[in-house]
Design a protein around this ligand. Structure first.
Ligand SMILES: Nc1ncnc2c1ncn2[C@@H]1O[C@H](COP(=O)(O)OP(=O)(O)OP(=O)(O)O)[C@@H](O)[C@H]1O
Ligand SMILES: [Mg+2]
Length: 734
């Protein structure tokens, strides 16, 4: 069980302190105290310390999952705010976290392979199958490295060098499509999926629910990602604090936006929001894949400044970056250059220039070293062979250096020799995993319902369209069958009305939900992998939030159509009719969820929906008499909610209904059995009453409850199936 510890919160506003840009560079030596802690020591009691806030709260230290961590000690959180000339919106240091929980991250012999698709059958038949062609492509080659606790590492290299791949591998995210071997260690102990509970990852692509505002998004993250013992007030304070730090205050109530649909915050603000979402929880290890792309140079420098201060507080940070300015480059403690999936250099930023100089690549005066090294390691089109040779030579030299260093190290630690390293990517390592969720099942559900409610409220246009659809359909049906006469023709028409209502409710509901999961799937998968919520909770919240819409739209449809058409004139029958329509709608919605969870894209979902529903419609009892369904399609009849809904509505309309007028002009039932009919006097038969009308459709008057139960069963069954599909997708991604 995790220890409960006290947490102390400091807020230091030092008006005389130099702006953070001028702070001395963070020391590489992990044994040295972080700069912020120093600031606190020196400033205590000084006139510049104008604010000190202390609070006590309990939390479970993450040491519970950190191999080798000293853990279980008092956690100290510092808030150091600098105010002075040259200080910018994100130049503040905040909430530094438990300094005793430090993580040194290292990785050894990381190899990544991507299976290559086989050529198509046609290509193989026509050109032959070349068995010599490798079926697998290697994109990382024996990559080794280490980030000391409390330091900031920049990963650089040309596009396609493997930076994101290495980061994904170390963070254990997005690696479902690739094969990885190697060891990732935390404080010298191999770690598998547990890295997820220690780390946060700012990914290259931003993914948000666009209709939330900045503050709502951060609140949602705070509710589900912060430690479960953190009180709500503290979470909200943290949200405010992070918004202030990252200059998001002025757009706190602006919606994030959906590209091409809903104008929202700017690209730079999105980047900062992605950053804010991750630092909210004070992770011990932070991976940031191109956090500065899309930011102006001023903001980029400020953001790296924030990372630098987080590192100074004891965090371990790895960041990929393209084209850092010389100032930004100098802010990193160490740097890793990748080229063609191999390590070209890893070491201190200061050592990089002499290293490349020794290899014959001196960085020209007044030249940005980062630009120079990336250009040296790039594969230039048209000069591929020459460039590859250069890269190979540089990487070979580094490998030799690394081998020597490792030999020396193993000489010191004789015990290390001959130890077989555990592969962090073996299935048995992966499955040794504790629950990654910070919030309880109920909290997850409440937070997701809250978010779904906001999204539905913002997307009120969708709700209005659904209601308008129901109103228009009700009016059209009402006008076509206005005050229908209760005679022999009327029986047929009433059947038509009910089948039309069942069909239109089913199609509109299905169309309304089939895109739900394809649209949100990337966000769901990322948040699920971030350990924010379980798949079942997400599914439940998503479907619960949709229920009101699918109870309100049939209400409009039935209220308008029922009384305009003049269906059975009695309030109880009206209520039963509404209840049946609600069931029909919700079974169709459940079927829609199956399509939605199977379909990989929105286009696939919209194309799959109608063809999958049509066979069920045909066996609904209107186009084909129930008794004449071919034996090989009988199973389709049993899962056709059209049939159960239609039968239930017909029974509700006609059961116990008295006599129906019969004249020679309106006879319709030559096939009706004489027992259930009366003669019209011209050789044909009439339907004498409501019960005979039910029998005429091939339905059983006692089936009402049976139909209701079956529809409930179908609704639940379809939802379980769609949930299983969603679970499968989540599992596959994992
Ligand atoms: N799942 C995959 N399937 C096939 N190839 C892949 C896959 N993932 C990565 N690659 C390939 O591996 C190489 C490295 O990709 P990666 O995304 O790591 O590059 P990068 O250094 O991050 O580039 P950038 O700077 O453009 O983001 C690229 O050539 C890429 O095409
Ligand atoms: Mg990348």
């Amino acid at each position: 069980m995790a220890d409960e510890v006290d947490l102390e919160m400091w807020t230091v506003v030092d008006v005389n302190a130099p702006p953070p840009e001028n702070n001395p560079p963070v020391n590489q030596d992990p044994s040295k105290e972080p700069a912020v802690e120093k600031t606190r020591m020196e400033d205590s009691g000084s006139p510049s310390l104008i604010e000190h806030e202390e609070s006590v709260e309990t939390f479970s230290p993450p040491s519970a999952v950190i191999p080798g961590a000293t853990g279980g000690s008092n956690g100290v959180v510092f808030n150091t705010k600098y105010e002075g000339p040259g200080t910018n919106v994100i130049a503040n240091v905040t909430s530094v976290g438990d300094l005793r929980e430090k993580v040194t991250l290292s990785w050894k012999n990381i190899n990544v392979f991507v299976p290559q698709p086989r050529p198509s059958i046609c290509k193989r038949l026509c050109c032959g199958d070349n068995d010599d062609e490798p079926r697998i492509k290697q994109i990382l080659f024996d990559v080794n490295g280490k980030i000391e606790a409390g330091s900031l590492l920049a990963v650089m290299g040309a596009s396609g060098a493997g930076k994101s791949t290495l980061m994904n591998v170390l963070a254990h995210r997005n690696i479902a499509q690739i094969q990885v071997t190697g060891t990732v260690e935390v404080n010298g102990h191999p770690i598998g999926l547990e890295i997820n509970s220690l780390s946060a990852y700012i990914q290259q692509e931003d993914l948000f629910i666009g209709s939330l505002t900045v503050k709502e998004h951060l609140t949602f993250q705070a509710l589900l990602r912060m430690d479960k013992h953190t009180p709500k007030k503290k979470r909200m304070e943290r949200v405010e604090e992070v918004m202030l730090e990252l200059g998001l205050k002025k757009c706190a109530d602006t919606v994030i936006g959906i590209p091409g649909r809903l104008r929202g915050i700017s690209g730079g603000e999105k980047k900062r929001l992605a950053f804010a979402s991750e630092v909210l929880t004070n992770p011990l290890v932070l991976f940031a894949d191109e956090p500065t792309s899309g930011l102006d140079s001023y903001m980029a420098q400020s953001l790296i400044g924030s990372l630098q201060r987080l590192a100074a507080s004891g965090r371990t940070i790895m960041c990929t970056i393209h084209q850092p300015s010389s100032e930004v480059y100098a802010m990193f403690d160490s740097v890793l250059f990748l080229a063609e999936g191999r390590t070209a250099y890893m070491g201190t930023t200061a050592e990089a220039v002499p290293h490349f100089e020794r290899l014959g690549y001196p960085c020209p005066m007044n030249y940005n070293p980062a630009d120079y090294f990336v250009q040296t390691l790039a594969i230039v089109p048209g000069e591929e062979e020459q460039c590859r040779d250069r890269v190979k030579e540089i990487c070979d030299v580094y490998s030799e250096l690394e081998a020597e260093r490792s030999k020396e190290e193993s000489g010191y630690k004789s015990g290390d020799r001959g130890i077989e390293r555990q592969d962090s990517f073996q299935a048995d390592v992966l499955f040794k995993k504790r629950s990654p969720y910070k919030a309880s099942w109920c909290r997850q559900l409440m937070a997701l319902l809250w978010r779904s409610w906001i999204v539905n409220k913002r997307d009120v246009i969708v709700f209005r369209i659904r209601v308008m659809q129901a109103v228009i359909t009700g009016l059209i049906a009402g006008l076509i069958y206005l005050q229908i006469p209760y005679d022999q023709d009327g029986i047929q028409n009433i059947s038509g009305v009910y089948f039309f209502l069942v069909t239109s409710a089913s199609f509109t509901s299905l169309q309304g939900v089939i895109f739900v999961f394809p649209v949100e799937l990337p966000v769901f998968l990322r948040e699920h992998k971030n350990g924010m919520y379980r798949t079942d909770v997400y599914y439940l919240a998503k479907t619960l939030a949709e229920i009101p819409v699918f109870l309100i739209s049939p209400l409009f449809l039935i209220t308008i159509a029922y009384w305009m058409i003049g269906l059975r004139n009695d309030f109880v029958h009206f209520l039963v009719c509404y209840g049946i329509m609600c069931l029909v709608t919700n079974v169709a919605v459940s079927f829609g969820y199956i399509i939605s969870t199977i379909a990989p894209t929105i286009t696939a979902a919209t194309s799959l929906g109608p063809p999958l529903m049509l066979p069920l419609l045909i066996f609904g009892g209107f186009f084909l008499k129930n008794t004449t369904v071919p034996v090989y399609f009988i199973w389709l009849k049993y899962i056709s909610w059209f049939m159960y809904g239609f039968e239930a509505l017909i029974i509700n309309q006609w059961k116990g209904y008295g006599s129906i007028p019969c004249t020679t002009e309106t006879t319709i039932a030559p096939t009706l059995s004489p027992a259930n009919s009366t003669s019209a006097g011209n050789g044909a038969f009439c339907i004498p009453n409501g019960d005979a009308a039910i029998a005429f459709q091939g339905f059983d008057a006692d089936n009402l409850l049976f139909d209701v139960y079956i529809m409930i069963a179908l609704m639940i069954g379809f939802r379980i199936i769609s949930f299983l599909f969603l679970l499968m997708r989540a599992y596959k991604e994992q």
